[in-house]
Every structure is written in structure tokens, then in C-alpha cells.
Write a protein that binds this ligand. Structure first.
Ligand SMILES: Cc1cc2nc3c(=O)[nH]c(=O)nc-3n(C[C@H](O)[C@H](O)[C@H](O)COP(=O)(O)OP(=O)(O)OC[C@H]3O[C@@H](n4cnc5c(N)ncnc54)[C@H](O)[C@@H]3O)c2cc1C
Length: 413
């Protein structure tokens, strides 16, 4: 949609009439914006506050993504998104954590704003039209859908990723990009829950941990994130898990297994925790170990029996009788509590998918294909992955806008 708005704006600014430069969106669903409607749990975390530099640093892990998206974010920034929505009466506000939502907290308002902008931009929306093929002609493209054909001078592919397939994102755009000469980094899960084998015990389901360290490790390879974690009936979820899932999926794919562990004190080294336990034990010989653990904010009380079990410490044990070996075991458990082994990281359950059309095949300053001229690609279809926080919608808006504004309609003499 942003590509269409930008293309129209650019054309009108050059005096090119709407009837001369026809813009058509072919959408397989009965309406546009299925993911906007469900984004942010129906509240739509539309973007993230801060400078472009902040957005790149906080929102995208890989340097190659940051370099690629820099141009697009400058071309159409978070402030531009907010200003665009404000012109349609949708005011937005940033929370303390930087996430920006519509003040109404209603994703439908955002979607309605986009729909009214499509009308104002004179964009033809052909809904229920699933594109199956695109073919390069001498000039322009022939685009085939189920039962119809369209020709166009420029083609923008904006078909999204491959997760939440029920919303229409089944990867058709990747096949079309491949047929037009592109290479694709195989899609993999991102911003997804992690399933464990065995699943967590029922007593732990629903337990949430604040600011914990979440780690996946196998054969010396370790990937980790710090943040909030939620234990579910199948494994874990929550911000730290969603962020970690992309790296965890790659590790699982390459090693075939991986152990998920918690670090209850991610801001303290193992040595610091060892000293803390030693000092506490010396000063509180008559205290039950479990009482000490229950008093720790970092350890939900439902987890205390499991921590003690893993450390091999009896629930009646007191600091005064704790052996050095047992204290070391407790310290190791607090820094490396095993939640279980990875079972799977479901691709479809991810808020986004990693992988997509290779970034080096796209001009970052225009979003035009380097392998097929007049073809533009944008959004989650590309091989970038934003963190939770409004970064994915922002990247889709920015790359879409840059693609649309880079289309140069030939002005007839
Ligand atoms: C549950 C959920 C919550 C999310 N919440 C947030 C959030 O709060 N903030 C955030 O920043 N990001 C969020 N995201 C991620 C964000 O929604 C996506 O990254 C973003 O929508 C990608 O935009 P896009 O335009 O590239 O693709 P999409 O928004 O996926 O749009 C692609 C469109 O292409 C259409 N299409 C696909 N194939 C064809 C075809 N063959 N023919 C015709 N049409 C086709 C699809 O039907 C779809 O309408 C969330 C995602 C999910 C699943």
C-alpha cells in the first residue's frame, strides 16, 4: 500500500495524471491489510520511536540488514508514518519502551486510514485476485492470476513472508521472484514460540520471568537474549523468546538439537553469584535455602522446587549445612537452569519469517531489483527480520514507500 501511495504522490508531483499512470493492487484476500488488523494483538504496534539510527540498532540484529534498510528508513521514517496517519485523523503515541500505537489502541483505525488513503490516491484494488506468475516482457511484465492476465510497465512485489499462512502469506512472491531471476534465502522461523521436549510441567505453565537470560546451547554454540519470558504448555514464549527464536531455529537446523536454559541473574557473572551465595550462606546459617530462593524476585516461587531439584538440594537444607559442592551446584543452576530440549520452532506461528529475497540483489537506495529492471521488491518478502516493537511494520512501510517513489513513469513528450 505504501508503495502505491508513494508512486501516486511522485507521479502527481510531476503532473502525471491518475488516468495516465494507473496503479493497481492485486490482493488475494477479500481486503487488504490482514496482518495490520491482527498486529500488536489488535492494537497495532505501528512503529517505534527514536532516530533512524536507534531504529536500526534496536530493531535489526544483522549489520547487513541495518546497512540495507538505512536508506529506506531515511526515505520514509517512523515520524513520516505517524504524520501520514495523523492526516487521516489517527493520532499515535509512544510508550516508555518506545513502542508506538494508535491512541485508540485499535488496529482497525490504522487499517481504515490506509483504506481511505488508497481511495484518495486513486489506486485500483482488485481483491480476491491471487497472482500465480509474472513474466518479463520486452517492456514491462505480464502478471497472471487464477483465470486472468494483466500487463504492467512496472511491478512491485510486496507479498510478505511465509508465517501466519491463513492471512494469505504462503510464499507465492518468493516463487515469483525466483522465476524472475532472484535467489532466496530459505525462510525460517522468527519471532516465534519455542516448543520443548518434554513440555514444561503443568505447575510452571503461565509462569512469567522478568529480565531473565534465555539461552540455547549445543556443542559449544550458544545463542542468548535477555528479557521477559513466559512459560507455556508447549515451551516458552514472551519477548526474549520471540527475539531468540530466529537464532535458535538456525542452531536447531544446523545441530539437530539444542538445550534451552535460563539464567536467573543475567547481570551477574557466575563468579559474582558464587560470592553472593557464599556471603549469604555465611551470614544466614539457620535459613532454609528454599526461603532464600523464594525471596529472590528473579525466581518465580513456582520454580523454586525445580531449581532445588536440579541443584540436587533437599528442601529441608539450610545454609549452615550446605556443602561447598552443593553451593557450587546451586550457583551453576541459577546461571544455567535447564528448561528442556528444543522440539521445534514453528514457522507458521512466528510473527514474521526470516529469510526471503537476497538483499544483495536489491538496490537499497531504490528497492529495484538488480537482476530484473523495473521490478521492485519490498517488505517482509526481503531477507530481513525486525525485532518485536513495531520494527517490521516500519520496515515494510519504509521499503514500500521507497520502492513506490523510485518508480519513474516515462513522461510522454
Ligand atoms: C500476529 C502478528 C502480529 C504482528 N504484530 C506486529 C506489530 O504489532 N508490529 C509490527 O511491526 N509488526 C507486526 N507483525 C509483523 C507485520 O505484520 C509484518 O511484518 C508486515 O505486515 C509485513 O508487511 P508486508 O507488506 O511485507 O506483508 P503483509 O502485510 O504480509 O502483506 C502481504 C500481502 O500480500 C498478499 N499476497 C500474498 N501472496 C499473494 C498473491 N499470490 N497474490 C496476491 N496477493 C498476495 C497477502 O494476502 C497480504 O495481503 C505481526 C505479524 C503477525 C502475524
Amino acid at each position: 500500500m505504501c508503495a502505491a501511495f508513494a508512486a501516486r504522490k511522485m507521479a502527481r508531483s510531476q503532473g502525471i495524471g491518475d488516468e495516465q499512470f494507473v496503479i493497481t493492487i492485486l490482493e488475494r484476500n477479500s481486503s487488504v491489510g490482514a496482518k495490520i488488523r491482527i498486529s500488536g494483538g489488535g492494537r497495532c504496534n505501528i512503529t517505534h520511536a527514536g532516530t533512524v539510527k536507534d531504529l536500526l540498532r534496536k530493531g535489526f540484529q544483522r549489520k547487513v540488514e541495518q546497512r540495507f534498510l538505512r536508506h529506506a528508513l531515511h526515505a520514509f521514517s517512523n515520524e513520516d508514518v505517524r504524520a501520514m496517519l495523523a492526516t487521516c485523523g489517527v493520532e499515535t503515541a509512544a510508550r516508555d519502551d518506545g513502542k508506538v500505537f494508535p491512541v485508540s489502541r485499535n488496529a482497525r483505525d490504522v487499517l481504515e486510514a490506509f483504506q481511505s488513503m488508497l481511495l484518495n490516491a486513486g489506486v485500483h484494488l482488485v481483491a480476491g485476485e491471487r497472482v500465480t506468475r509474472a513474466e518479463r516482457l520486452e517492456e514491462g511484465f505480464r502478471v497472471a492470476s487464477e483465470g486472468r492476465e494483466h500487463t504492467c510497465r512496472f511491478l512491485v512485489l510486496a507479498t510478505g513472508g511465509v508465517s501466519y499462512r491463513q492471512t494469505g502469506t504462503t510464499g507465492d512472491g518468493l516463487d515469483i521472484a525466483i522465476s524472475l531471476g532472484h535467489s532466496v534465502v530459505k525462510p525460517s522461523p522468527a519471532l516465534a514460540p519455542i516448543y520443548l521436549k518434554p513440555p514444561p510441567p503443568p505447575e510452571l505453565v503461565g509462569v512469567s520471568l522478568r529480565g531473565t537470560g534465555l539461552r540455547v546451547q549445543c556443542s559449544g554454540t550458544v545463542v542468548s537474549r535477555n528479557g521477559d519470558v513466559l512459560i507455556t504448555h508447549k515451551g516458552v514464549s514472551g519477548p526474549a523468546c520471540l527475539s531468540l527464536s530466529v537464532d535458535a531455529a538456525l542452531l536447531l537446523n544446523s545441530h539437530g538439537k539444542g538445550e534451552l536454559t535460563l539464567d536467573f541473574f543475567p547481570d551477574h557473572s557466575s563468579e559474582e553469584v558464587a560470592v553472593l551465595l557464599l556471603r549469604h550462606g555465611e551470614a544466614h546459617g539457620s535459613q532454609f535455602i528454599r526461603k532464600y530462593l523464594q525471596a529472590q524476585q528473579a525466581i518465580p516461587s513456582a520454580m523454586v522446587p525445580y531449581v532445588m531439584l536440579q541443584a540436587g538440594i533437599d528442601r529441608q537444607e539450610k545454609w549452615g549445612s550446605l556443602t561447598k559442592k552443593a553451593r557450587r551446584s546451586l550457583q551453576r543452576t541459577l546461571k544455567d537452569f535447564s528448561l528442556g530440549w528444543l522440539k521445534s520452532i514453528p514457522l507458521d506461528a512466528g510473527e514474521v519469517s526470516a529469510g526471503g529475497v537476497a538483499l544483495q540483489e536489491i538496490h537499497p537506495g531504490t528497492m529495484e531489483s538488480r537482476v530484473c529492471s523495473d521490478l521492485f521488491l519490498c517488505g517482509e518478502l526481503l531477507d530481513y527480520t525486525g525485532e518485536v516493537g513495531g520494527f517490521n511494520l516500519q520496515a515494510a512501510f519504509s521499503t514500500g514507500w521507497l520502492a513506490g517513489s523510485s518508480i519513474r513513469y516515462p513522461v510522454q513528450a
